[in-house]
Design a protein. Sequence first.
Length: 337
Amino acid sequence: IQEEALAKVEEASDLKELQAIKVSFLGKKGSLTQVLRGMGKLSPEERPVVGEIANQVREAITNAIETKNTVLENAALEEKLQSESIDVTLPGRPVKVGGPHLLTKVIEEIEDLFIGMGYEVREGPEVETDYFNFEALNLPKDHPARDMQDSFYITNELLLRTHTSPVQARTMQEYKGEKGFKMICPGRVYRRDTDDATHSHQFTQIEGLYVDKDVKMSDLKGVLNVFAKKMFGEDRKIRLRPSFFPFTEPSVEMDISCKVCDGKGCSVCKGTGWIEILGAGMVHPNVLEMAGYDPNVYSGFAFGMGPERIAMLKYGVNDIRQFYLNDSRFLKQFHQA
Ligand code: FA5
């Protein structure tokens, strides 16, 4: 029995097999156990002799199994370590990092440009009073021009601002009609417009206002010209067309000469070759007066532009809705831009 058992233990190749061998010799029905059970039938002289041998055999088998058990356990551990080892020399997986939204970048670019010309950056509330959004801008109740900007009213007196122009009146009030200043104000605005490729019901504007003694229309033209060239390139031309806003007189809209470029070169846009990007004008005397400035002493110019339209023109985006879809395939194209 001992020889047979030791040979089998030696051959065992895994822990399961070793366990089976242990049961077959030492278990309840194991062959050595059978021998021990049969001892009762032996004569009193034979019993101690056979008993001693049987005990020695059991000890030998038990020792052999334990030794083999340790060997097999170590082997199993070794194998596990091998198969689960980490190759630290493999290149890591890149961690995805975000970046500023294209619109944020364009707004910051415009801000930098005007900060360079001495403008301060201001903010105003998106939930605005009827007074600042309309009345202080020379748009009394029932004025037909209110229809130009279909509004989201919250109460009779509160609405989501339809443009950033209320910040003109707010800033003038803060300066109390006492001194000149230059400011721009970027922010979100809301209109009951139907969404399409160039219109959104929520979009951004950047307002600009320069109030001082002796500000002239030619100053406005000069500043807009610098802005257009810095933003779109030296070869761009601007065109001011007569327009109407109740808060400016005279009022203009600014077009920029438009070109489309592809791999083969650039050509002017289809249609007129011009694209409208902002509204502007000389601050209406009524607006100056309501905000505490004497229109006989002070004058000013103001403008309001749409950064989405500017970004579309500059980066070749053909649908304004792309800015709000949060499609990472669109967004990540501009992370390095
Ligand atoms: C105004 O909102 C005037 N407050 C601008 C102004 C300021 C004039 C100061 C004079 C003095 P208008 O509605 O045209 O004007 O809008 C200005 C710009 O906002 C447009 O040129 C366009 O670039 C952008 N814009 C207007 N409506 C939308 C829209 N639904 N979606 C995206 N951009 C728009």
